[in-house]
Design a protein around this ligand. Structure first.
Ligand code: GDP
Length: 175
């Protein structure tokens, strides 16, 4: 039936990364095609978004930490059952890149068995002149761990749709 089919094609996607790397902004850009200089981190942390790709329907359940990482560690319950994760860092912050790598280790501890599509996302690509993390370093890590690797700017919108669509494509391909 249609409802069973929709359920089958529903995927939990979580965003992980240091505070201020632009996780909420990426979701806002993707879902509303909008950008704010000041983002509320206390708002809704869960979004449903339908994607039409290659004649198929996919429903993303997008989970944003909504600032939890600022106050205490993110519970592993947050990413339990996730089919996909975006490990977001800010290209102007080496610290955030290290944190994204730690998130990958953390995910490996809890994601037993089942495959997970993971993308390493270097956000704030519009600040290339202040860039501290080279694309090569990110690609080397991603290649070694088998992750997708992309750069985005939630501010300009560059690469944002591509991240979600590439992940959607991988999820549909792995079914
Ligand atoms: P979060 O804590 O990871 O959810 O990060 P936010 O989405 O709250 O963004 C933190 C700050 O970075 C906000 O002031 C955003 O406007 C800004 N920001 C987010 N994405 C970008 C981007 O791609 N480029 C620039 N220049 N600023 C961004």
């Amino acid at each position: 039936s249609t409802s069973e089919r929709q359920k089958e094609n529903s995927f939990k996607l979580v965003l992980l990364g240091s505070a201020d790397v632009g996780k909420s902004s990426l979701v806002l850009r993707y879902i509303r095609d909008d950008f704010l200089e000041t983002v509320s981190t206390t708002g809704c942390a869960f979004f449903s978004h339908r994607v039409y790709l290659q004649g198929k329907i996919l429903d993303f359940e997008i989970w944003d930490t909504a600032g939890q990482e600022r106050y205490h560690s993110v519970s592993h319950l947050y990413y339990r059952g996730a089919s996909a994760a975006l490990l977001v860092y800010d290209i102007t912050s080496k610290e955030s890149f290290s944190r994204a790598q730690l998130w990958f280790q953390e995910l490996q501890k809890y994601v037993f068995g089942g495959e997970m599509v993971i993308a390493l996302v270097g956000n704030k690509g519009d600040l290339q002149d202040k860039g501290k993390v080279s694309r090569e370093d990110a690609q080397a890590f991603a290649e070694q761990k088998g992750l997708l690797c992309m750069e985005t700017s939630a501010k300009t919108g560059d690469g944002v749709k591509e991240v979600f669509e590439t992940v959607a494509h991988e999820l549909l391909a792995s079914e």
